[in-house]
Design a protein around this ligand. Structure first.
Ligand SMILES: NC(=O)C1=CN([C@@H]2O[C@H](COP(=O)(O)OP(=O)(O)OC[C@H]3O[C@@H](n4cnc5c(N)ncnc54)[C@H](O)[C@@H]3O)[C@@H](O)[C@H]2O)C=CC1
Ligand SMILES: O=C(O)[C@H]1O[C@H](OP(=O)(O)OP(=O)(O)OC[C@H]2O[C@@H](n3ccc(=O)[nH]c3=O)[C@H](O)[C@@H]2O)[C@H](O)[C@@H](O)[C@@H]1O
Length: 431
């Protein structure tokens, strides 16, 4: 099929390359010329495992452009532009979606299918469908569930597909089945529904995941007050298959370009609909999540003698999670900035996110690796659980630091190993 993908960020670039991998002819459109140029050279503009390789592998069927006119040859158009939180409210900012539709409309032909993938407030698709219909084209909403760090695998082997379609638009289902034929395995669930349900499935899934994380972080608060161990608690309750162990990792909590803004956008939309009470628990989910960041700063302050002023703090991790260079609403970067605000001399490191962090926070000092960051540190704080931090050698680091103090913000280290090596070990939710 001939496909266009409008918006080539963390979602769109992966989607465009994956659609080409499935055998389709794809053009990716973005308003950012530097991003388009990088992608056109077969280079991923951000870190996502396997993306650069896929861009090269699929290059014969994949091109990128800043010119919306390049979509003319395609008859299926994915919308994958950003829907960030508005600067002055919790609501989603739809200006990029509107601009993408504005740009697309003059190039649509009767029979084209526009497919929304961006995460939008419920009601958006129905509104956009009316605009698209003026050209004789149709609209479907096909929310995306990929995780950064696993994005290609999640796209090529989705755990479910959701098609939100206009009443009776069976032709859209046929087209989407054809698009994803190479990705659908026997037994891949495929839910065909209306626009509103499709839009809600997406935000409900993210709200559930955020709630699960905040639930275990609430238990971490109780564990801290009682001397209990939240990681053992998570293991124990996670053995119940009705609960499950995944997404029960207590620590600094959730960040990134999606969970935080999606729960806030969902609450804002519920308020507009007059059903804000239904989601009032999500403001508690948000509050628990943000409290973990201040608790981490408190723990660091306590561990260096009550004041951060003039202390050397090594921050291990900047990305919002491992295997990503994304620092959007990163708990790690947030903690680093708070430590700096309290007068600490912060040296931060990350295997992949130094440049994205530097462009956001030029005031931090950055070191190329953990050993350099640890030099003369009064404390090390581990705030992103990269594999290389989980296997750090306490004996190797000891001669570098000013004091053997480590605060594990992701419960990713073995306290026994660090304590046996003479370190003062503290963690969120563990004695
Ligand atoms: N990042 C992720 O893992 C996932 C993201 N989503 C959703 O997908 C959407 C996109 O998210 P990201 O890719 O993370 O955002 P992003 O900010 O990385 O990418 C958005 C891209 O759209 C481009 N853009 C903006 N306006 C445009 C226009 N008018 N025409 C063409 N390009 C335009 C931007 O230059 C940017 O490259 C959001 O709604 C997000 O909630 C959904 C599932 C996963
Ligand atoms: O809508 C989106 O953009 C995506 O948001 C999340 O994916 P992602 O943000 O890539 O990352 P997650 O793996 O969900 O992690 C989110 C945050 O939660 C934190 N987390 C995760 C799991 C856990 O047990 N504890 C925990 O604190 C991570 O450190 C990270 O900061 C969802 O998992 C995807 O399904 C969804 O498509």
């Amino acid at each position: 099929m001939r496909i266009s993908v409008i918006g080539c960020g963390y979602l769109g670039a992966v989607h465009a390359a994956s659609m080409a991998k499935l055998g389709h002819d794809v053009v990716g459109i973005d308003v950012d010329p530097a991003r388009v140029e990088t992608l056109a050279r077969g280079i991923a503009p951000f870190f996502e495992p396997g993306l650069s390789e896929l861009l090269v592998e699929a290059r014969d069927r994949l091109r990128f452009s800043v010119d919306m006119g390049a979509v003319r040859d395609a008859d299926l158009h994915f919308i994958a532009v950003g829907t960030p939180q508005q600067p002055d409210s919790n609501a989603a900012d739809l200006r990029y979606v509107e601009a993408a539709i504005d740009g697309l409309l003059p190039h649509l032909s009767a029979g084209d299918l526009v497919v929304g993938k961006s995460t939008v407030p419920v009601g958006t698709a129905a509104r956009l469908a009316e605009r698209v219909a003026t050209t004789g084209a149709r609209l479907a909403w096909n929310p995306e569930f990929l995780r950064e760090g696993f994005a290609i695998n999640d796209t090529l082997s989705p755990d479910r597909l959701v098609y939100g379609i206009a009443p009776g638009d069976v032709a859209a289902v046929t087209v989407l089945d054809e698009v994803y034929a190479g990705a659908i395995k026997a037994g891949t669930p495929r839910i065909v529904t209306d626009y509103a349900t499709a839009e809600l499935v997406k935000v409900a899934a993210n709200a559930f995941l955020a709630t699960k994380i905040s639930f275990i972080n609430a238990m971490a608060e109780i564990a801290e007050a009682t001397g209990a161990d939240v990681t053992q608690l998570a293991d124990a309750i996670g053995h119940d298959p009705r609960i499950g162990r995944r997404f029960l990792n207590a620590g600094l909590g959730f960040g990134g370009g999606c969970l935080p803004k999606d729960i806030r956008g969902f609450m804002a939309r519920a308020e507009e609909l007059g059903v804000d009470q239904a989601l009032s628990f999500l403001s508690e989910v948000d509050a628990i999540n943000l409290r973990r960041r201040s608790r981490m700063v408190d723990l660091t302050r306590e561990s260096v003698g009550g004041s951060l002023e003039g202390k050397n703090i090594a921050v291990f991790g900047l990305a919002f999670k491992p295997d990503s260079d994304d620092v959007r609403d990163s708990p790690a970067l947030d903690v680093a900035m708070h430590l700096l605000d309290e007068g600490a001399h912060v040296v931060a490191t990350d295997p992949k996110a130094i440049e994205t962090a530097r462009s956001k926070c030029p005031g931090l000092d950055y070191a190329p690796d953990a050993a350099t960051a640890a030099r003369d540190a009064d404390a090390i704080v581990v705030v992103t659980e990269w594999a290389q931090y989980k296997t750090l050698d306490p004996h190797g680091l000891a001669p570098l630091v000013a004091a053997r103090v480590i605060i594990d913000g992701r419960n990713c280290l073995d306290p026994a190993v660090w304590r046996a090596a003479g370190w003062h070990y503290r963690a969120l939710g563990r004695p």
